[in-house]
Design a protein around this ligand. Structure first.
Ligand SMILES: Nc1ncnc2c1ncn2[C@@H]1O[C@H](COP(=O)(O)OP(=O)(O)O)[C@@H](O)[C@H]1O
Ligand SMILES: [Mg+2]
Length: 443
């Protein structure tokens, strides 16, 4: 059982975790990629704005020929994030001014910048992430004299952006992991309640049905053998019984002899009853249920109680629910089952008491309750009373309740018992009404 439980749980857990990993993995990958692109887009926007401001200062400086002032402006602007320096490049590609002093007067290396006339007035991003160059470039007028044009370039510091992205990615993955674990726990709990538990109940039901079936299968074989043996014994037994009776009538005997003969007769009756019960247990229960009156059937069983030893001290009470009367079933066998329950009740009330037979209507089923105010069944015996040949009575066969169970199972019903030692016992016998009866009762 443990193994089977584990494998269901493991399967469900693997399914949940797998689905979660795929969903969260895909979602995280896409959102992180989008977010990274967004980081660059924002940086570009910011860079273009700052570069525009810087250009105005530089151009007014150029108009007044104040090179020192221009450099001071650029030194300030070029070190502000996201910039990693600055360059003023002439149309011919020579570097006129740079944050790196050694570059000045040298030709700009790397991919050539676009011509100043081709750059939109508000500037543009040149290159990008993962490319050889990543800068913001703007046309700069007044370079190399009035009317001349150059390019103002601000290289963008990729490291800063990448650092931000790395931090964001770590945070995102952490958040995903926490969410994933949270989801897994919640889903797991839900699965436990909605899937695993119902599944286990179902599994247990199937298991108990299977066990019942195998029990019945074994019963059928043993039953066939037993009924053969019973038939063989029954004939000579009848002969012995009449011989004993004959001896009792015909011969004069001492008190002790008569008592002995009485014991023989009693034992013979016991054997006979056992055989009868065994035969009844072995005989198949009618597979074809017929419309029947439950109350007439119970009445017939109660009528057969009359004259049994101890009956004079027992009051029989019937509480019938009229709605529980019509049903489909094997009336003869149900009568036998009810009789067995009533006999047990009477036998449990050696000092007298009340035998109450109640019927109830449930959805799709009727319940017959047989309650006595007798000795009760000790808890340790509750598991054994349904086993064939279990009896606590000197002359008991231990076959009465197994027969009840067989009749109930054959009808697709259920049997259960409540008992309290010293107070009494109630057997509940639930039988499906059968479709036709149900329709008749429902209208
Ligand atoms: N109503 C009852 N009150 C007390 N004990 C009962 C009752 N019904 C059954 N039992 C117990 O269950 C045992 C088995 O019952 P049953 O199968 O009818 O066999 P038997 O009646 O031949 O002993 C009884 O011997 C008795 O111990
Ligand atoms: Mg009995």
């Amino acid at each position: 059982m443990g193994l089977r439980d584990l494998s269901i749980r493991a399967k469900v857990a693997i399914t949940i975790l797998g689905a979660l990993l795929v969903v969260l993995g895909v979602a995280t990958t896409f959102s992180l990629r989008y977010w990274e692109q967004e980081q660059y887009a924002l940086t570009n926007e910011h860079a273009l704005m700052m570069a525009g401001t810087a250009r105005s200062s530089v151009e007014s400086g150029l108009a007044h020929g104040e090179a020192g002032w221009i450099r001071a402006q650029l030194d300030t602007m070029g070190t502000r994030a996201p910039f990693a320096g600055y360059r003023v490049v002439g149309r011919d590609g020579s570097i006129l001014m740079s944050s790196v002093a050694a570059e000045e007067g040298v030709r700009r290396s790397g991919p050539p910048l676009p011509d100043p006339w081709d750059i939109p007035p508000d500037g543009k991003v040149f290159g990008g992430r993962g490319e050889a160059v990543y800068s913001v470039v703007l046309p700069l007028s007044g370079v190399g004299g009035p009317g001349g044009r150059g390019v103002l370039e601000f290289p963008i510091e990729v490291r800063r952006i990448e650092d931000g992205i790395r931090r964001g990615r770590t945070f995102g993955l952490l958040l995903t992991a926490v969410l994933g674990i949270g989801y897994a726990v919640v889903l797991g709990a839900m699965m436990e309640r909605e899937v695993i538990r119902p599944f286990r109940t179902l599994e247990r039901q199937v298991e108990s049905q299977r066990r019942e079936l195998t029990e019945r299968a074994g019963f059928a074989e043993v039953g066939a053998l037993a009924s053969q043996v019973a038939h063989e014994i029954k004939r000579p037994l009848a002969g012995i019984q009449s011989a004993v009776e004959f001896i009792g009538h015909e011969y004069a005997m001492s008190e002790a002899q008569r008592e002995l003969l009485g014991r023989v007769s009693g034992e013979l009756a016991h054997v006979d009853e056992t055989l009868r019960d065994m035969l009844s247990l072995a005989r198949p229960v009618g597979l074809e249920p017929k419309p029947m009156s439950l109350h007439t059937t119970i009445d017939a069983a109660l009528a057969r109680l009359a004259g049994r030893p101890g009956m004079d001290r027992v009051a029989v009470v019937r509480t019938y629910d009229p709605a529980a009367d019509a049903m489909l079933g094997d009336a003869g066998r149900i009568e036998q089952a009810v009789l067995n329950l009533c006999l047990n009740g009477v036998e449990a009330m050696a000092d007298g008491g009340r035998l109450v037979v109640t019927t109830r209507r449930h959805t799709g089923a009727v319940v017959v309750e047989v309650a006595d105010t007798g000795s009760g069944i000790p808890p340790e015996n509750l598991d054994r009373i349904l086993k064939p040949f279990f009896s606590t009575k000197a002359l008991g066969t231990g076959l009465g309740l197994p027969l009840v169970l067989r009749v109930v199972s054959a009808h697709g019903g259920r049997l259960w018992v409540e008992s309290e030692v010293g107070k009494g016992t109630t057997f509940h016998l639930e039988l499906p009404v059968g479709e036709a009866a149900w329709q008749a009762n429902a209208s």
